[in-house]
Design a binder for this molecule. Sequence first.
Ligand code: SF4
Ligand code: SF4
Length: 462
Amino acid sequence: MTASEPSVPIDLPSYPAKNSQFLSQNPHLTSGFDGKNPPPPELINTCVHCGFCLATCPSYRILGQEMDSPRGRIYSMDAIHKGEASLANSAQHFDSCLGCLACTTTCPSGVRYDTLIAATRHQVERNINRSISDRAIRALLFNLFPYPNRLRPLLYPLYLYQKSGLQTLVRRLEFLPKLFPRLLAMESILPKISLPALHHSFADIIPARGTQRYRVGMILGCVQRLFFHPVNAATVRVLTGNGCEVVIPKNQSCCGALPEHQGQTQQAQDLARQIVDAFAETEVDYIIINAAGCGHTLKEYDRILADDPDYCDRAKQFASKVKDIQEFLAEIGLTAPLSPLSPEKLNIVYQDACHLLHGQKISVQPRQLLKQIPGVQLAEPIDAALCCGSAGVYNMLQPDVAEELGRQKVNNLLQTGANLIASPNPGCSLQISKHLKHQEKTVPVFHPMELLDYSMRGETIS
Ligand code: SF4
Ligand code: SF4
């Protein structure tokens, strides 16, 4: 067998030898992709079709089709390039990819599936006519979520919806999910809204406590600042308590992770430029982010703005300063004293967020930090590297696959017998909380920064 032969049987749909009809109907295309940054053939060709990635691919596990696996999608990209398959017929299989990047961790050949799928998603968004309902839900997501000032006014009626008991009623009406699956998927992860948190703003510069070691910028996130204000507040206290002056520019936008992960080129680039501008004059040593998905995108600004002559160098410099909060703290070392979070031993299970584990290769640092809290024992779940199904807005766009992954993830976390779940990403926290509620479990979910903050302040978790 040669290196390029598949080692396991594959089941691919047969494509016409050359889809000349498709290409003739799309004269602007030289292949099934347009000419703007298609997935590079030289990267596609690094896949030797061994199939090692299949077992770790969540969409393949749930859907069971080769075309919904990394290898199948790479085959599709190749076939589209050669005009042997149409982008339109393959789009649903690219959409079913969670973008969790588990395949990049597993692949022994180092295939850059992350680069391939990122390029393909932008091609899909530019060239595929989606259904009306698909366009409507995407328009809603892309026009609301990345803009806290647009989302904030909508949270007041949603606050009343929660307070009035209407939410409980809606959740009891079991026929509704069948009628409006995506809207209900969105509703089902809505966290409890806190009115004071909606209007909290941080000072522009927050001094270090004790001797200053670093001056760092902090990204607030879009969803994080509205729904997870306590996580941002805890992050500021942990940073200042460990000798960092924290700079928080007021004019910072969303980082663009959501549109970038869904192939919205223009919107992702616009938001990236705004963030680069917001931090331009801050003279910080590092730029800190406490959400896994955002951190991965912020570190890719050099790629996202590579074609912009005015921003490419600044984006590169910006990206080189970005650090996940846990990566940063593990590097500089904690100097603030820590107290136990509970009089008894506290059994915590850490939930790996895909964009930290696979996207940024950060798994040891969060565990190292949590283990420094006196009395903490860390449990490891099975399938720790498998996505929880949140994946940005995937759980709203592909609710069926996300539902099954969320159920499996929560089962695995609960099986450890842990008293508490530590989750470093807002999307994962919402997904896990939802499925804990479905199973009528009351295990609390905290961001690791909240736990460090409690520990530094000598507070216990009841
Ligand atoms: S992506 Fe990597 S692991 Fe998957 S089939 Fe290709 S070479 Fe093998
Ligand atoms: S990114 Fe995740 S869902 Fe997509 S192909 Fe890779 S392992 Fe599968």
